[in-house]
Design a protein around this ligand. Structure first.
Ligand code: ADP
Length: 352
């Protein structure tokens, strides 16, 4: 959001206060003005500031990218070095959060059509297959992808042949988390394969959006890359990991958009999802709960996020030097994420 207005505290770049563990990082990206903004006289100030809510608080981000930094720099600094961890059995989740028009889809590359500067997903796909290529001698790889859209509390499979109205899938409770039994999971052999699937899935989302009046701003999209690595000399030695790339729906409040009727209902569902997400993260941050009660949170965005956190938590358990005090560790891990979630009440945030 680019506006002029009240004064706010300055953000800074660095390790968030008290952060000893780097399992969660928060990056802030400021996009350049688009033509319609320039036409009405908006301009970006020399010294951007962030103000959040009414409190005069200041926040630290792991990375801040200004309007001059391109897709390559964002990816190379904030994402690229994480990819290697997938091959060690760690799971990885990237969530893009912001109000409609702030650049989530552009940054993630969820609207991939083979043109323009590549976003995070296609770049990650290239890097994943580069690593696979370099280890082909002694390792066998299996890569699958799925692509789902969460719109108005229904979960759509973007990779199915079925028409959109028949592509709704259910989430099911499992011992070690949740699963989505009907979700299409396609095998991919190479970069071209993966990008063709991303393109097709993205176009399904866009077609849906046209039919429903820019619904993409009110839908969450989750692209998942599953990697299985088998050692050729010891086939029992198998590593599996998941990479969730999440393009969240716009977080603007209905108050601001003037939405009524169905749009208003969608707004409520989106905001409910984001609020529940925030509450659960708070519980984790406060360290009161070694087990988070997910049952009370009857909302799909949360289920999708739970899918991610389940893997995040299980990946934490795999960290070799993980101290016994898991709660303590979670506080440090989730503090920066909580900051990101503060940003979620985007009707209260102004960049100027
Ligand atoms: P969102 O997904 O948050 O609703 P989009 O990704 O669709 O927002 O971005 C809104 C518009 O701004 C699009 O036209 C997009 O191409 C443009 N845009 C967003 N971020 C950038 C950027 N960093 N550089 C150039 N154009 C951008």
């Amino acid at each position: 959001s680019v506006c002029t207005g009240k004064e706010g505290p300055v953000w800074s770049v660095g390790e968030p206060h008290g952060s000893r563990v780097e399992s969660v990082k928060v990056a802030l990206r400021i996009r350049p003005l688009v033509k319609t903004e320039i036409d009405v006289g908006c301009r970006l100030p020399k010294e951007p500031q962030v103000s959040i809510g009414k409190n005069n608080l200041s926040y630290t981000f792991n990375y801040v990218f200004d309007e001059n930094e391109g897709q390559g720099k964002v990816y190379n600094l904030a994402v690229k070095n994480l990819i290697e961890n997938l091959f060690k059995g760690y799971n990885l989740t990237i969530l893009a959060y912001g109000q409609t028009g702030s650049g989530k889809t552009y940054t993630m590359g969820t609207n991939y059509n083979g043109e323009g500067e590549l976003g995070v997903i296609p770049r990650a796909v290239y890097d994943i297959f580069d690593i696979i290529e370099s280890r082909k001698e002694d390792t066998t790889f299996g890569v699958t992808v799925s692509f789902l859209e969460l719109y108005n509390e229904s979960l759509y499979d973007l990779l199915t042949d079925k028409p959109r109205e028949q592509s709704i899938v259910d989430i099911r409770e499992m011992n070690n988390g949740i699963c989505i039994p009907g979700l299409t999971e396609l095998q991919v052999q190479n970069v071209d394969n993966a990008l063709a699937i991303l393109k097709e899935g993205s176009s399904g989302r866009v077609v849906g959006a046209t039919a429903m009046n820019a619904a993409s701003s009110r839908s969450h999209a989750v692209f998942t890359i599953n990697i299985k690595i088998m050692n050729k000399t010891n086939p029992k030695d198998v590593i599996a990991s998941k990479f969730h790339l999440v393009d969240l729906a716009g977080s603007e409040s209905s108050k601001k958009t003037g939405a009524t009727g169905d749009r208003f209902k969608e707004g409520i569902n989106i905001n409910k999802g984001l609020m529940v997400l925030g509450n659960v993260i708070s519980q984790l941050r406060d360290g009161q709960h070694s087990f988070i009660n997910y049952q009370h949170h009857n909302c799909l965005l949360f289920e999708v996020f739970r899918l991610s956190t389940t893997f995040l938590l299980s990946s934490l358990r795999q960290i070799p030097d993980n101290p016994n005090n898991m709660t303590d560790r979670l506080i440090y891990i989730f503090r920066p994420l909580k900051i990101a979630l503060c940003l979620n009440s985007l009707h209260d945030i102004q960049l100027y």
